[in-house]
Design a protein around this ligand. Structure first.
Ligand code: UDP
Length: 329
């Protein structure tokens, strides 16, 4: 049985991947500091509660577990927070990735899957954006992930036996179809989560950050992708690396997008609640449009998205929001 070491496996995306790995028969060990994750969301394998900045524990854990591959989800992911607190992002996303790679080297682990982001592209010239577009992030979150990608590339150049897959996520949303896990971070600032929490009455209104973007309705456009489709992409990326595949970068998105207004309309339809919306100024660090060119991942990994349906995405998130009763950590 192949062993996979998963950082951030108690978090939103990580926990869905741990579920997919467990279902596919892998042995999983999650390493998470529970800063935004929850114990109960780790459905398979053991959980080690520790921080990536604790290099001693990290190295010991990896050397003892002897993983066949590492998947690295643990990170800070809130764009506006990264604009306010850049050092937190360079520490948690760049420096901690470096710590993990040092531990991987020590443990002789040669296969690595990295959670990257469409934010590395910034305001790309061409949309949908392909993997060859220049990395030109417009916020510290994107920069912190770009730097980690560059470290990975250099690791591969220095040692050709070290191979990584970097998955550049677009806007991940929705929840496990079986409603066992989902986004459970109280402070989540993501649009769909905020819209649903507003529908539930946890917030009085939903703010629309900017209506003067160069898009048809003036609000930002994003490529929203269901978290279980992202999880499948990880299992395929893992099989690719275990099958001696070489380092690659893949976009993970559906290839089309929705504006903030369209998402709000869909959330109102799915919930049947006409919650209050307030149009306000732009939020710092938001590119106007982010849509994936997903040709490469479909061809090379044979990834076939199953849930490319905004209403289904919102429906699973809504079912989840109404079922977990705010059980945090
Ligand atoms: N957004 C918004 N109101 C909110 C949260 C988000 O108008 O309460 C907008 C945000 O400005 C961006 C889009 O929704 O244009 C997606 O933001 P989110 O935080 O979900 O993801 P990001 O693209 O920043 O990773």
């Amino acid at each position: 049985m192949k062993r996979i070491f998963v950082t951030g496996g108690a978090g939103y995306i990580g926990s869905h991947v741990v579920k997919a790995l467990g279902e596919a028969g892998y042995e999983v060990l999650t390493y998470d500091n529970l800063s935004t994750g929850n114990k109960w969301s780790v459905l398979y394998g053991e959980l080690i509660i520790a921080d990536l900045s604790d290099e001693e524990t990290l190295k010991k854990t990896i050397v003892k577990f002897k993983p066949d591959a590492i998947m690295h989800f643990a990170a800070s992911i809130v764009v506006p927070e990264s604009v306010r607190s850049p050092l937190k992002y360079y520490q948690n996303n760049t420096v901690n990735t470096l710590n993990l790679l040092k531990a991987a080297q020590e443990g002789g682990v040669k296969e690595f899957i990295f959670s990257s982001t469409a934010a590395v592209y910034g305001n790309a010239e061409k949309m949908p954006v392909g993997e060859n577009a220049p990395m030109s992030p417009v916020n510290p979150y994107g920069s912190s992930k770009m730097m980690a990608e560059k470290i990975l590339r250099d690791m591969h150049l220095a040692d050709n036996d070290f191979n990584y897959v970097s998955l550049r996520y677009f806007n991940v949303a929705g929840a496990d179809g079986g409603c066992r896990i989902g986004q459970a971070y109280k402070e989540s600032t993501h649009l769909i989560t905020r819209a649903l929490k507003t529908a539930k009455g946890e917030f009085q209104k939903l703010q629309v950050f900017g209506t003067d973007y160069p898009t048809p309705d003036g609000t930002c456009i994003r490529d929203y992708i269901h978290v279980d489709d992202i999880a499948d992409a990880h299992v395929l990326a893992l099989e690719y690396l275990l099958d001696k595949g070489k380092s690659e970068v893949f976009n993970c998105g559906y290839g089309h997008g929705y504006s903030v207004r369209e998402v709000i309309a869909a959330a109102k339809k799915v919930t049947g609640i006409d919650f209050k919306v307030e149009e306000t100024g732009r939020r710092g660090g938001d590119p106007s449009i982010l849509i994936a060119d997903n040709t490469k991942i479909k061809q090379k990994l044979r990834w076939q998205p199953k849930y490319d349906d905004l209403e289904y995405i919102i429906k699973t998130a809504w079912t989840w929001e109404n079922s977990y009763h705010g059980k945090y950590s």
